[in-house]
Design a protein. Structure first.
Lengths: 286, 304
C-alpha cells in the first residue's frame, strides 16, 4: 500500500479538511457578519468584498456557508457520536454472545429501529419536543444506531473466532476485558469506516430537515435552510441555491470518499493479503 | 495431579468424546495422538473449559483439588493461565495483531495479580528463557514482525508466565518448519512442568513424551509407555498408524489404513475401528474395554 496513493482517500480527506477548515476559521473570522440583515445589500451580485454575493435579506452568502459548515460538522459529530456510543456496545454484546437471548433481543429491536425512516423520526420528535438542531441530531443519531450495531456485531463475530481471543480466554481474561483490550482495537478500522459513511448520511439528513423547517432554527446559518430560503428565487437568482447545494454535495462526497478510501486502506481482508505477501516466516510441514 | 475420569463430550445428539480416562503425574509428559476428528483437541479444550458453544462435557477432571469439568466457567477462570495453560496450533493468529509482544506476555501476569513493573521485568526474562534472540527487541515488536517459530516461542512464554502446574500443547509444531520444530520440541520438553501434548505426528510424540494415549473415534484405544506402544502396538489401529509412518523401500506401496475416518457421530457401534479393521469379526460388535495395566488396549483381537 505504501508508495501507491489512494486517490479516493486523498480527495475525500481534502474535501473533509476544507469543510473543517471553513468551520474552524468561521469561529474567528468571516468576511461579514453572516446573520446581519441589510436591505441595502439585498440580492447583491458577487464581487467587491462579497465573494458569492448576498441573499434576499442582504446576508453575505460566503460567510453563511462558512458558519453553515460549523452546523454541518456539529450535527454530524453529535449524531455519529450518539450512534457510536449506543450502537458499538450493543453490537459488541450481541457479537460476543451470539446464541444468547440478550443478543436476540438487541438485534430484533435493532431491526425494528432500522425499519423506521430517520426523517420521519426527526419530524415526529420535532413535532413533540420542538424543532431544533438538538432534536434533529438526536433523531439522526438514534436512527443511525442500528447501522453501527450491525457492523459492530458482524466485525465482533469475526474477531471472536480468532485464536487470540481463545488464547486470551485460556489465559483467564474475563469477557469485559477481552472486549476492551482485544475486540475493540481489532474492529476499530471497520468502525472508523462506518463513522465516515454515517457522517455523510447525517449531513444529508440535517440538510433535508433544515430544508423542511425541522432542523436548525434561524438565525443560525445552515446549508439546508439556505437552500430552502433560495427556493422562491431559484429561477431569478440560481446562485443562491447553487452554492449551498454544492457545499452539501462536496461535503457528502468528501465523507463518502474518505469512508471508501479508509475501507481500502484498513480492510482486514486486504490487510491479511498484504501480510501474506510478506515473505512467509515458516511453511507448514506435515 | 491431573486425573480425568469418564470424560465425555457431546454436541447435540452426537457423542464426540466417549469415556476418556487418564492421569498425569507431576513432571510427566503425556502424548495424545490420533488423526483429525479423533477428539483429541476437544479433550484438551474441555479441560480448559473452552469448548465451543453448544458442545458440553461431562465426567470428572480434577487438577489437584479443583474440578475442571461440569463447574461454571466463573469457577475455573482463575485456574486458566495460572494453574494450567495452553499453547495453540496456529502461532500466526494466536497473538493479538495490535498489541506489542511484551504487553501480551505481561498481561497474563498482571491478570493474575502481579504488579505491572514486576510483570514487565518477568516478561523480558521469559522471552529470554524461551530462547528468543534479543528479548528486548522482541518485547517491543508487534506479532507480524516475528516469524512463525518466534511467535510460537512467545506463545510458550505466555503459557509459562504464571508457572502453571500443567501445560497443554495442541499441535504446537504442526505449522512450523522441521528444523524449527525440533528446537521447539526440545524447548517444550525442557520447560514444561507437566505436559499434555496433542499431535498427529508419531515422531514428534516419540521425541517429547514418556507415555502416550492413542485416540480414535473419540475413545482412547491404546495407552502405555511410549517405547512399548511404539515397538509392540496391541490395538490394530495403532499398528496401522505405525505401519503407515514407517519408511518403506522405494517401489513398494505405502501401507495405509483402509477407508476414511467417518464423520463425527457416524462411527460404528461396538469397536469404533471395526469398519476399517482387517481383523474385525462379529466379536467386534461389542464394545471392547480398555484393559491392561501400564500398557492398555481396547481390542478384541490385539496384535501378538
Amino acid at each position: 500500500m505504501k508508495g501507491r496513493v489512494n486517490v479516493a482517500l486523498l480527495v475525500g480527506a481534502v474535501l473533509v479538511a476544507l469543510v473543517g477548515l471553513a468551520a474552524v476559521v468561521s469561529f474567528f473570522w468571516t468576511p461579514h457578519d453572516p446573520t446581519l440583515v441589510d436591505a441595502a445589500r439585498k440580492l447583491r451580485e458577487p464581487g467587491g468584498g462579497y465573494l458569492l454575493g448576498a441573499d434576499k435579506f442582504g446576508r453575505d452568502t460566503f460567510s453563511q456557508l462558512m458558519v453553515g459548515a460549523r452546523t454541518t460538522l456539529y450535527v454530524g459529530i453529535v449524531a455519529v457520536g450518539i450512534a457510536a456510543v449506543l450502537g458499538v456496545p450493543l453490537g459488541m454484546v450481541a457479537g460476543m454472545t451470539p446464541r444468547g437471548w440478550l443478543s436476540e433481543l438487541i438485534m430484533r429491536v435493532n431491526d425494528l429501529v432500522f425499519a423506521f425512516p430517520a426523517l420521519l423520526l426527526a419530524v415526529m420528535l420535532g413535532a413533540v419536543y420542538g424543532a431544533g438542531t438538538l432534536t434533529a441530531m438526536i433523531a439522526i443519531g438514534v436512527a443511525t444506531v442500528p447501522a453501527f450495531a450491525r457492523v459492530t456485531r458482524a466485525a465482533t463475530l469475526q474477531v471472536m473466532v480468532t485464536d487470540y481471543i481463545l488464547a486470551a480466554r485460556a489465559a483467564g481474561r474475563r469477557r469485559p476485558a477481552i472486549a476492551v483490550r482485544h475486540v475493540l482495537p481489532n474492529i476499530s478500522s471497520m468502525l472508523i469506516v462506518q463513522a465516515s459513511v454515517s457522517f455523510a448520511i447525517a449531513i444529508l439528513a440535517e440538510a433535508a430537515l433544515s430544508f423542511l423547517g425541522f432542523g436548525t432554527r434561524p438565525p443560525t446559518p445552515s446549508w439546508g435552510r439556505m437552500l430552502q430560503e433560495s427556493q422562491e428565487l431559484l429561477f431569478s437568482t440560481p446562485r443562491l441555491a447553487l452554492w449551498p447545494g454544492l457545499a452539501i454535495a462536496l461535503a457528502v462526497l468528501g465523507f463518502n470518499l474518505l469512508g471508501d478510501g479508509l475501507r481500502d486502506y484498513l480492510d482486514p481482508r486486504l490487510r491479511r493479503i498484504r501480510e501474506q505477501a510478506e515473505p512467509p516466516a515458516n511453511g507448514a510441514t506435515r | 495431579m491431573l486425573s480425568v475420569d469418564g470424560l465425555t463430550v457431546r454436541a447435540d445428539s452426537a457423542e464426540l468424546v466417549h469415556q476418556v480416562s487418564f492421569a498425569i503425574a507431576p513432571g510427566e509428559r503425556v502424548g495424545l495422538i490420533g488423526e483429525s476428528g479423533s477428539g483429541k483437541s476437544l479433550t484438551a479444550l474441555s479441560l480448559m473449559g473452552l469448548l465451543p458453544e453448544g458442545v458440553t462435557a461431562s465426567g470428572t477432571a480434577r487438577l489437584g483439588e479443583r474440578d475442571l469439568v461440569g463447574v461454571p466457567e466463573s469457577r475455573i477462570k482463575d485456574l486458566r493461565g495460572r494453574e494450567l495453560s495452553m499453547v495453540f496450533q496456529e502461532p500466526m493468529t494466536a497473538l493479538n495483531p495490535l498489541m506489542r509482544i511484551g504487553a501480551q506476555v505481561a498481561e497474563v501476569m498482571t491478570l493474575h495479580g502481579r504488579s505491572s513493573p514486576e510483570a514487565r521485568a518477568r516478561a523480558l526474562d521469559l522471552l529470554g528463557r524461551v530462547r528468543l534472540p534479543d528479548p528486548e527487541q522482541i518485547f517491543r515488536a508487534y506479532p507480524h514482525q516475528l516469524s512463525g517459530g518466534q511467535r510460537q516461542r512467545v506463545m510458550l512464554a505466555i503459557a509459562l508466565a504464571n508457572e502453571p502446574r500443567l501445560l497443554i500443547c495442541d499441535e504446537p509444531t504442526t505449522a512450523l518448519d522441521v528444523t524449527v520444530q525440533k528446537q521447539m520440541l526440545e524447548l517444550i520438553a525442557e520447560v514444561a512442568p507437566a505436559l499434555l501434548f496433542i499431535t498427529h505426528d508419531l515422531a514428534v510424540v516419540a521425541s517429547v513424551c514418556e507415555r502416550v494415549l492413542v485416540m480414535y473415534g473419540g475413545r482412547v484405544v491404546e495407552s502405555g509407555p511410549i517405547r512399548e506402544v511404539f515397538t509392540r502396538p496391541r490395538h490394530r489401529y495403532t499398528e496401522g498408524l505405525l505401519a503407515a509412518s514407517k519408511l518403506t523401500p522405494r517401489g513398494t506401496r505405502l501401507p495405509t489404513i483402509q477407508g476414511n475416518v467417518p464423520p463425527a457421530g457416524h462411527f460404528p457401534d461396538g469397536c469404533v475401528f471395526r469398519n476399517r479393521c482387517p481383523q474385525a469379526t462379529t466379536a467386534c460388535e461389542q464394545v471392547p474395554a480398555l484393559t491392561g495395566d501400564g500398557h492398555a488396549h481396547a481390542c478384541w483381537h490385539p496384535a501378538d
